[in-house]
Ligand binder design. Structure first.
Ligand code: ZN
Ligand code: ZN
Length: 428
């Protein structure tokens, strides 16, 4: 979090491009008050405009309500910085930098939502209950999440039901990791209305459906197993049929002594793109860095070849208190609202970035250039403010599942994050 955000409220921080902006800096702590009647020097920088010129420097005095107001035409889509300085005559030297971002209409109307689309619980090989994982997700600042246990859909429903009737701004979606029998490929059904794993129970029906897919296959990459690929297509289509996002998981996972799917299969998946989203950044430990590195390299190579690839970043966490994976990888989706449909469309429309925040390291963004640049601003300037509010909600959610009556306190929290984000955005 930027230090000035603890003692000043800067609104708005996200504004329309090519507009006349009015940015208000309001002290929220008495010790941070601007000096009445004093004049503060403002130096303005457009990040993409090179060095400042003379007309980018002016003086401003606090308004009668104690706020400093900055006015400026914001050109194009970029970050803008206002350096406020009080030197001679002041009680003490003062300097702070106000950061804002101007956006073209297509991004301006979207809001940032953080989430994890791939996590496990005690019902497969994880550690904790689905409700606890959901609460922990809120505690660390997520807006949406889904439990995706191996071969099991019910745990994701359990996470939803644990908070039924409780007003929450965390969107808990259904999900499962889909494992077609005898097929090494892993897929995530994110948000689908029914279990795809359950369809494998009727062996005859499943075999007949796959045979149909296999008959309809065109030419495949040499070495790609047609039956395995047909099974994969069946699952991906069924995920979509339920309204879910069909995710191709961890393509360069090293299982044992080899990648878990063949390079021919991977290339077939990359060429045909039968999935909705690629797990660009997946849940690998610090001792297995090459998998994410290869996924990112492959993504860039495919993009350079003209492919448009929707992406997600996930933890594949198997426990939120293990000290590994949970909270290390994120998907930041830019969507008009927080709903399953809006999130899935946002990802499919390539309005998402994969974020990596390894412990003690700087945040890294993966995705299209335009989004990565903007996402970094959000990570620095907006999302930490949200996270402060989410922490309390996450702890209250944990109290709720431990049997305490915190419904009223959660009701009081409801809407706070949305109102914060509303203040951060210009009214247009
Ligand atoms: Zn997996
Ligand atoms: Zn998994």
């Amino acid at each position: 979090m930027m230090p000035q955000d603890r003692v000043y409220e800067i609104t708005p921080k996200v504004l329309p491009a090519d507009s006349d902006a009015t940015i208000t800096v309001r002290p929220v702590q008495a010790h941070a008050a601007f000096e009445a009647g004093a004049s503060y020097c403002v130096e303005y920088y457009a990040m993409e405009g090179g060095q400042k010129s003379a007309h980018d420097i002016w003086e401003v005095s606090p308004r009668s309500d104690g706020c400093l107001v900055l006015r400026r035409h914001l050109e194009g889509e970029q970050e803008h910085r206002f350096v406020l300085v009080r030197e001679a005559g002041g009680k003490r030297p003062f300097r702070m930098v106000v950061h804002v971002y101007s956006l073209h209409e297509d991004l301006f109307r979207r809001r940032p939502y953080l989430g994890d689309l791939h996590m496990h619980t005690q019902y497969s090989d994880g550690r904790e209950s689905p409700a606890y994982v959901a609460a922990r997700c809120r505690e660390i600042g997520m807006d949406f999440m889904a439990i995706t246990d191996h071969g099991q859909y019910a745990p994701s429903i359990e996470a939803q039901e644990a908070f039924a009737g409780i007003p929450l701004e965390l969107l808990i979606l259904r999900g499962e990791e889909v494992h077609p029998p005898g097929n090494p490929v892993h897929l995530v059904n994110f948000g689908g209305a029914f279990s795809v794993n359950a369809l494998f129970e009727d062996k005859e029906q499943y075999a007949a459906a796959v045979e149909q897919y296999e008959r309809d296959l065109g030419s495949l990459v040499p070495g790609c197993d047609g039956r395995r690929y047909a099974e994969t297509l069946f699952c991906l289509d069924k995920i979509r049929e339920g309204g879910g996002l069909a995710i191709y998981c961890h393509p360069y996972w090293v299982a044992g002594q080899a990648y878990y799917v063949s390079e021919a299969f991977n290339t077939q998946m990359m060429n045909a793109q039968p999935y909705d989203a690629l797990e660009l950044i997946g849940g690998y430990g610090l001792d297995e860095p090459e998998s994410n590195l290869l996924q990112v390299a492959r993504y860039h190579e495919e993009r350079a070849g003209g492919k448009r690839i929707p992406i997600v970043g996930v933890t594949d966490s198997h426990g939120t208190d293990t000290g590994r994976l949970f909270g290390w990888y994120w998907t930041l989706v830019l969507a008009p609202e927080l709903s399953q449909e809006a999130l899935i469309s946002g990802i499919k429309d390539r309005c998402s970035v994969a974020v990596e925040t390894l412990p003690g390291e700087r945040a890294l963004m993966y995705g299209p250039f335009r989004l990565s640049k903007y996402a970094y601003f959000l990570w620095r300037e907006v999302l930490p403010l949200k996270r402060r509010l989410c922490e309390e909600e996450g702890r209250l959610m944990q109290a709720h599942i431990a049997g305490h009556d915190v419904r009223d306190r959660l009701s009081e929290c409801y809407g706070r994050v949305r109102r914060l984000v509303d203040r951060m955005w210009a009214t247009g």
